[in-house]
Design a binder for this molecule. Structure first.
Ligand SMILES: [Zn+2]
Length: 69
């Protein structure tokens, strides 16, 4: 989870918070928004090297979403 800096934190801390992210290789969970469909947020488990998706769930409800293969 990303830790939000205190309001008085210096610009260096805010630049890190807003712009800098890890770029892991391998299994990763990320948020996807189904903009053109149901407009819900999903948590998708994806391998960043192969783009293989191993699972997904509704971000708010936590329910697992079946993926057709
Ligand atoms: Zn949807």
């Amino acid at each position: 989870m990303l830790e939000r800096p205190a309001p008085g934190a210096g610009s260096e801390a805010w630049i890190d918070y807003v712009y800098l992210r890890d770029n892991p290789r391998g299994a990763y969970e990320e948020y996807w928004h189904h903009t053109s469909g149901c407009r819900r947020w999903l948590v998708v488990s994806r391998d960043t090297a192969t783009h293989e998706i191993s699972g997904s769930r509704d971000a708010a409800l936590g329910t697992v979403i079946e993926v057709a293969r």
